[in-house]
Ligand binder design. Structure first.
Ligand SMILES: [Zn+2]
Length: 507
């Protein structure tokens, strides 16, 4: 009997072939999910968890509290975190509705951002596919912030459970961030030192897609109120005695609108008149206008000065006085960390797009029809990792921008909304309530929690985030646009909320 032997060369060829196949992934063994990550995903998938956070999100949606008036929304989230074993500090950085919830100790310190403020004039019934306000003219959640603070809290509580069960080292912090819609909390929170020891930050935003991205995005912004003082007089009897502050506002606005023609294409400028007199027969001696001046980090100071000159022109032309300009807030563009976004993207792909019920698809298509958008229903796929666009077009602003300059940060955009809806519009308010919103925020919470687990348990990954961040910080160290003497505008939405609260929330 001859023993069949395999020549050594054949063994080598076979071994190389096997290595090539493995490298191509064809027979690569599936990477086992770490037990910590499995636990947070399981916890967040439990029906009672979905219901618990879904109800919190819907409650915040119904409170519809404007920036720095989010007393009930902030309390609900802070109480939820405190009840789950977090140490909660409230009323921070000069803002009664700002809170910080902390669990664990020592490094790494992972921060989660959570927002909860609403927008004026957007009241709308949830899951109704045509414009139908709950209370005409009242505020509404047209940007999904009701889901966002909730997603951060849900994620943090799940991560805490994993930290306890597996004795993970480190700290998890939820930054209860009020007033994002007036970009007015983060620069004050940074100034108060709240982010001092944070190694990395996971931001989140509700929308209709599930994805993340990196690079420079959005506009920087100065938010400022210009107030003019004039003289009253009988508008018909002795108009020559009067000096109209409203005229000054109007001239300022005309000048700013001419200025618009000479701005770079990706800059933005918009305003609302806050005060313009009280009756036509009294020359208004006081008028004010609130501007959002949006530019790039490099262009903001120059653009702001040009708008201030428009105000000076208004005062000069009308013989009124321009009061010192009140800066509500001023923030940078977002500079999201690529290494962070890559981790977030992996977890978004791991979680996957929720599946939607027939009822959710029917609502989505009805809303799309109403908006004359493509009737394609809810999305089925997560998005690819987004880099900076080839052409910078500018657009919205967020005070998360300042956070991206003091710690490596990226944003997890999570679904729930209907594609084709319009931001800051009744259609968005209609989406961010009920079952699809619940699923979306839970998908977001899963991606946040899984990413937090990665950052807590994989120091080599956190190192990559830090190295990229230090490189950027060397080139563009954080210099706040916010003037040192600015104070959080806790009074700004007070009157509006006093007017609407008894109507939208009689208890
Ligand atoms: Zn938003």
């Amino acid at each position: 009997m001859t023993k069949r032997t395999i020549p050594a060369r054949a063994v080598l060829v076979a071994a190389i072939f096997l290595m090539m196949v493995r490298a191509a992934g064809a027979t690569a063994p599936k990477v086992k999910m770490p037990k910590e990550k499995k636990l947070v995903l399981d916890l967040l998938a439990a029906p009672e968890t979905i219901e618990k956070y879904g109800k919190i999100s819907d409650a915040i949606w119904s409170y519809a509290e404007l920036g720095l008036q989010e007393f009930k929304s902030s309390k609900l989230l802070a109480d939820t975190l405190e009840g789950a074993g977090f140490k909660v500090e409230r009323g921070l950085a000069g803002m009664p509705t700002c809170f910080l919830a902390t669990y664990g100790e020592g490094s790494p310190v992972i921060g989660l951002l959570g927002e909860f403020d609403a927008l004026p004039m957007l009241s709308q019934k949830g899951r109704v596919a045509k414009k139908e306000p709950v209370v005409e003219g009242a505020p509404g959640h047209g940007c999904g912030h009701n889901m966002m603070g909730t997603a951060a809290a849900a994620a943090a509580i799940a991560v805490k459970e994993a930290m306890v069960k597996f004795s993970l080292k480190g700290t998890i912090k939820v930054f209860g961030s009020p007033a994002e819609e007036i970009v007015a909390s983060r620069p004050y929170m940074i100034r108060a030192g709240l982010f001092k020891d944070v190694d990395a930050v996971i931001d989140n935003h509700a929308g209709d897609g599930f994805g993340t991205g990196y690079g420079t995005d959005g506009n920087s912004i100065s938010s400022a109120i210009f107030t003019f003082k004039g003289k009253t007089a009988h508008s018909a009897g002795e108009p020559w005695v009067g000096r109209s502050a409203l005229d000054a506002v109007e001239i300022m606005d005309v000048a700013a609108n001419f200025l618009r023609e000479h701005l770079p294409l990706h800059h933005r400028l918009h305003y609302v008149i806050l005060e313009g007199g009280e009756a036509p027969n009294v020359v208004p001696d006081r008028a004010s206008v609130w501007y959002y001046i949006r530019s790039t980090d490099e262009g903001l100071a120059d653009m702001f000065e040009r708008v201030v000159n428009c105000a000076r022109a208004g005062a000069l032309a009308t013989g009124t006085e321009l009061e010192p300009v009140r800066i509500i807030s001023a923030v940078h563009q977002s500079h999201s960390n690529k290494a962070a976004a890559e981790i977030f993207q992996n977890n978004i792909e791991l979680v996957g797009m929720p599946s939607w019920t027939d009822e959710e698809q029917t609502f989505a298509k009805a809303l799309q029809k109403e908006l004359k958008a493509e009737e394609k229903g809810m999305p089925s796929q997560v998005e690819k990792l987004k880099g900076p666009g080839e052409i910078f077009v500018g657009g919205g602003s967020t005070d998360v921008g300042d956070v991206t300059l003091i710690a490596p940060t990226a944003t997890i955009d999570f679904p729930g909304g209907v594609p084709g809806t319009i931001g800051h519009h009744w259609s968005a308010v209609a989406c961010f309530y009920g079952s699809a919103a619940w699923k979306g925020l839970i998908a977001g919470a899963k991606a946040i929690a899984a990413s937090a687990i990665d950052l807590l348990t994989r120091p080599e990954e956190l190192k990559k985030l830090r190295a990229e961040f230090e490189e950027m910080a060397k080139k563009t160290p954080y210099k706040p646009f916010l003037p040192a003497d600015s104070q959080p505008p806790t009074d700004l939405n007070e009157q509006l909320m006093r007017r609407w609260r008894p109507l939208i929330d009689p208890y």
